[in-house]
Design a protein around this ligand. Sequence first.
Ligand SMILES: [Zn+2]
Length: 237
Amino acid sequence: MTAKKQNVFETLSAINVNDHTNEKGGLIKDADITSCRFGMLLVDSRNYVFKDVRWNCLCDCGNSSIISIYRLVSGTFTQSCGCLKAIVTSAKNKKHGMFGTKEYSSYHRMKDRCFDKKNKDYKNYGARGITICDRWLNSFENFYADMGNKPTPKHSIDRIDNDGNYEPSNCRWASNIQQARNKRNNRKITINGVTKIISEWADVYGINGSTIRQRINLGWSEVDAVTKPVIFAGVSR
Ligand SMILES: [Zn+2]
């Protein structure tokens, strides 16, 4: 590297990325960056085909790439021909080999529901205090070891107790139909300060759980639905 180019490189590192000038007020587009290195990219020569200033770069992986000087020195720095991102992705993938699978996407959607305030479902999860156990939080491998394969694409993570967290003892794969049934059956009703799910109240009052649910669907209050005796053909029991 010549002294002049070394100097250019030092000057480039002090570039003001907003006005595209270097510290001496020179324009980036006038800089000669031949032989400069940016991450895996070695600048080979200027490319005159494009109107803006682009440079022919050689990537350490063997590919060549034409990259604008602005991409090289400002904003989101370009560090490779694109292979670097692929390497990072494949390293992630190699770890568990599940990148992009339905289990992997379920895992990440679960995290988004609990922690991403911009997620449309956050209000029903993270905002309600639903969280993810430590064992699963930072390990897809642990999650997958506990949950196993998703039986079909229509299955999703079901929390057995709707107010409970994402953790091995409270989770299973369930179809949408199973989940809807589970939510109905798990509806909690409080009577005189005691809270039980419908099937438990059904046992206490000797009434069918389905009767309680039907009554609620008909608009009865929860307490009436549980406590009012069932009347058969006008005969009260
Ligand atoms: Zn490359």
